[in-house]
Design a protein around this ligand. Structure first.
Ligand SMILES: Cc1ncc(COP(=O)(O)O)c(C=O)c1O
Length: 366
């Protein structure tokens, strides 16, 4: 047994793509999802500390799943608060976005249904589809014609899975147009807003007021909100269905109330401090005016710089890391050969000087 595993790992190593856990790095952050700097925000930490001092029970373990002993007042209140903030009838909390997607796509579609996913959809949706008896079909990234040609051929119920802001390409989905197609073919549109929350206020569904056209939304709290966990926004019937049939919701211990306090505090912070997202968008603009060829949206904090081939990409990342810049390189076969890329994440706390130095260094290498 072990021999088989070792051989597979050796092959990865030979191809230069072996994943290893590295010690926490120090440097200028151009790789984390902490777009607004809330993960280390001292004001938020102070507020949370005060809440814990006033109510130390927030640190208690939940003691069980939501359906047994873990259904605290705090988690229920937080769900009501979140549903109201996003103008959805209901919200259901999860300890991660991965689990929220697993729950949605494994529980809702049944064996007669079809899940049509954008080819760039997050891995959690693919994994969920493997747990489901439904058929999965992929459409070309952001390609409405391809999506429609697939929808046309279906005879049974369909779900469409997209992200509003894609995490690898840093581009935006044609949300309104996809909602129109979903309506035309009576398909249930599900949108993952993991990277849009906080970057675009409460996300793009709220921005374009598409709540009535989007069947369910996944919000995650480990990115711009600086915490952890996730919520599914949906109608009451879907919430009740998930509580009854979604294994990733039912068979797991509820998170501690402290997490939900942190999530609520993050929401309140977003409302109180719109200047953080304004600063982020100024930084995105600074990056975009440095003449670096990026395939990403001009509004995205994720900027993908294509460096075809693994070796030149490795060299670029090494040069940047020697200068103290933390970036993330995406090699093939994680992405298609020829589309290897440096993934740069911009933040509200990056300085103009840092962005210019980063881009100047990139220019000397590509
Ligand atoms: C689009 C998308 N959906 C879901 C997830 C999973 O969220 P979490 O990190 O909270 O498990 C991620 C995070 O990598 C993501 O990028």
């Amino acid at each position: 047994m072990l021999k088989k595993f070792q051989e597979t790992l050796d092959k990865r190593k030979e191809s230069g793509i072996l994943r290893t856990l590295k010690p926490q790095a120090a440097g200028i952050d151009f790789y984390s999802n902490d777009y607004l700097g809330l993960a280390g925000n001292k004001e938020i930490q102070g507020q949370l500390l005060q809440q814990v001092q006033e109510n130390p029970k927030l640190l208690s373990g939940s003691s069980g799943s939501r359906l047994i002993s873990g259904n605290s007042n705090t988690v229920n209140e937080t769900e009501h608060y979140i549903a109201e903030q996003h103008q959805y009838p209901a919200a259901l909390l999860f300890s991660s976005g991965y689990n929220a997607n697993l729950a949605l796509f494994s529980a809702l579609p049944d064996r007669h249904d079809t899940i049509i996913v954008d080819e760039q959809i997050h891995r959690s949706v693919h994994d969920a589809c493997r747990m489901s008896y439904a058929k999965k079909l992929k459409f070309r990234h952001n390609d409405l014609e391809d999506l429609e040609s697939i929808l046309k051929k279906q005879t049974g119920p369909c779900y469409i899975a997209i992200e509003s802001l894609y995490s690898m390409d840093g581009d935006l989905a044609p949300l309104q147009e996809t909602a129109v197609l979903a309506k035309k073919y009576n398909a249930a549109l599900i949108v993952d807003e993991a990277h849009a929350l906080g970057v675009f206020g409460y996300g793009l569904i709220e921005k374009f007021q598409l709540q009535n056209d989007v069947f369910a939304v996944v919000m995650t709290y480990g990115k711009a909100l600086g915490a952890h966990g996730a919520a599914i926004l949906c109608g009451e019937t879907i919430k009740s269905y998930l509580v009854n049939f979604a294994s990733p919701f039912i068979y797991t211990t509820a998170a501690q109330d402290f997490l939900w306090m942190a999530v609520k505090t993050g929401y309140e912070f977003l409302k109180q401090r719109p200047e953080l997202s304004e600063k982020l968008h100024q930084n995105i603009e600074i990056f975009r005016t440095q003449n670096i060829k990026s395939t990403s949206s001009e509004l995205s904090p994720i900027q993908a710089v294509l460096v075809p081939d693994n070796q030149p990409l490795k060299n670029l990342q090494k040069t940047l890391s020697d200068k103290g810049f933390l970036t993330y390189a995406v090699y093939s076969p994680t992405v298609k050969t020829g589309t290897e890329r440096l993934r740069i994440c911009l933040h509200s706390f990056n300085t103009k000087q840092e962005i210019i130095e980063l881009t100047e260094t990139i220019k000397t290498c590509i």
